[in-house]
Design a protein around this ligand. Structure first.
Ligand SMILES: Cc1cc2nc3c(=O)[nH]c(=O)nc-3n(C[C@H](O)[C@H](O)[C@H](O)COP(=O)(O)OP(=O)(O)OC[C@H]3O[C@@H](n4cnc5c(N)ncnc54)[C@H](O)[C@@H]3O)c2cc1C
Length: 447
């Protein structure tokens, strides 16, 4: 391919969407992905757009923030949303995918695009010329260092944790029961705990041995500053939640509300939910059980859960690093860096959390790169849309205490008439945002 119009670094969720959007608008795109030559430590394969943890992309209901974002992405022509829908597995009102099918389909679509060239190479410096950096939370150390030097700021680091996966045939279905919360579908496996079993589990979680932080920190590559071991609140390890209070889990990820054992008609004291991982329903992940316990301790403690006594662990939970810039200092709401108009950031590295939020920033970055290439002004979406609000939030939040943000209605401007019910309110946000998006697109007269 001749010299590209745009360089994209990182073939993850954001980078793939960005490359596709720019290529569809006529740009020649060179997409760099360092796997399989170099691994991140969390990805396991060489496909693009690999989902490293949960296979759930969140709610499909437009009266939820995640669902509203998906409606926006659908309207904006997101490739990854389209592929996700094609790769879906049953997950109640959520969109969950078979991760292998999803990643393969994204890889195939990009590889077949006449204006996208995929280069399997690590990028170690901030690219020159029009570029999008979408190297994700596990950006390679050399590039992270180069980015830190470019921005002139320190990165912020914190630790996330991922949940274990068990094989379906090792779950004791004489104890576990199928049901979704609310009872409309049977997509989840549910392991009920009585009060005594719950208390024993909480005690075991609190006292089990963890992977020493120093050991984990040693895996953080040289040159990257490891900050305080602070967890993002949305992805706390289960043992940390257990430490917060005896009933904190029972009111959190293990809440039994809407789950009645069909065999007894009774509601348990707590319920561990297992969500389907793959299309063939052979694998299930333990919802909310992201953890930093030692592997042998995970076996011991998680097998205390009724129904999981003989669980076969296909993947153990683990902690991981997360890298993101101080967006209010570094970024504009167009996702351009403040220091260089032709350098954009997308994905988790911007401080936007969540799979679909990462896809969405990729979409905007790719679109804006195409506009910049044609000498047109980059766009900010209306603040009443989730994507517009997310980009506005990260670019204008308070620098000192900046933390990543995921899709939520709290970042949207207040409604003029505020319905009392939560779901009605959610729907009103969605109706307003999608209406504004239509008007915006009509006025923008973009391609
Ligand atoms: C372990 C883990 C678990 C997570 N779990 C969830 C979850 O369950 N749900 C959720 O919504 N979000 C989760 N996240 C957060 C985040 O939403 C996802 O990581 C998401 O994939 C981020 O998208 P991205 O495109 O920014 O980065 P990624 O999807 O990670 O893509 C970045 C790509 O860049 C490549 N790369 C890195 N450095 C270089 C370089 N120097 N040169 C070339 N290529 C490079 C990487 O190999 C990778 O393929 C998790 C994050 C991690 C790390």
């Amino acid at each position: 391919m001749p010299e590209p119009d745009l360089t994209v670094v990182g073939g993850g969720l954001a980078g793939c969407e960005a490359a596709w959007q720019a290529a569809e608008r006529g740009l020649r795109v060179r997409l760099f992905e360092m796997r399989p030559t170099r691994s991140t430590g969390a990805h396991t394969g060489d496909r693009l757009a690999e989902l490293v943890c949960s296979n759930s992309l969140g709610s499909l209901q437009t009266n939820r923030a995640g669902g509203m974002l998906k409606a926006e992405l659908e309207r904006l022509g997101s490739l990854l949303l389209e592929v996700a829908v094609e790769s879906a597995v049953p997950a109640g009102a959520a969109l969950a995918v078979d991760r292998q099918v999803f990643a393969q389909a994204v890889t195939d679509r990009l590889a077949a695009h006449p204006r996208i060239e995929i280069v399997r190479e690590e990028v170690t410096g901030v690219p020159r010329g029009l570029a999008i950096l979408a190297s994700g939370p596990l950006t390679s150390p050399a590039l992270a260092q180069a980015l830190a030097a470019f921005t002139g700021t320190d990165h912020l680091y914190f630790f996330d944790a991922i949940a274990p996966i068990v094989s379906a045939d090792s779950v004791d279905m004489r104890i576990a029961f199928r049901q979704s919360r609310g009872g409309e579908a049977d997509d989840y496996l549910n392991c009920p705990l009585d009060r005594g079993q719950y208390q024993a589990l909480v005690w075991a979680l609190r006292s089990a041995e963890r992977t020493p932080l120093r050991e984990f920190e040693q895996t953080i590559a040289q040159g990257v500053r490891a900050g305080a071991a602070a967890f993002f609140e949305g992805c706390l390890p289960v043992e940390i939640i257990a430490e917060r209070g005896a009933q904190t889990l029972a009111y959190g990820p293990l809440r039994p509300v809407g789950l009645n054992d069909p065999r007894t008609g009774l509601r348990a004291h707590a319920v561990v939910q297992l969500r389907q991982e793959d299309r063939h329903a052979t694998l299930y992940n333990l919802v909310g059980f992201q953890t930093n316990l030692r592997v042998d301790e995970q076996q011991r403690v998680f097998r205390m859960i009724p129904g999981l006594e003989r669980a076969h662990f296909v993947r153990y939970g683990q902690m991981h690093r997360n890298t993101f810039v101080n967006a209010p200092r570094v970024l504009l709401p167009t996702l351009q860096t403040r220091a260089r108009a032709d350098l954009l950031l997308a994905g988790q590295i911007t401080g936007v959390e969540g799979y679909m939020g990462n896809v969405a920033t990729g979409l905007l970055a790719g679109w804006n790169a195409a506009r910049l290439a044609r000498g047109r002004a980059p766009l900010c979406l209306p603040a009443t849309t989730i994507l517009g609000a997310l980009c506005g939030y990260i670019a204008t939040a308070e620098e000192k205490h900046f933390q990543p943000m995921k899709s939520n209605f709290g970042i949207l401007p207040p409604l003029e008439a505020r319905p009392r019910g939560r779901l009605e309110r959610g729907q009103a946000y969605a109706d307003r945002g999608l209406r504004d998006l239509e008007a915006f697109l009509a006025a923008a007269k973009d391609d």
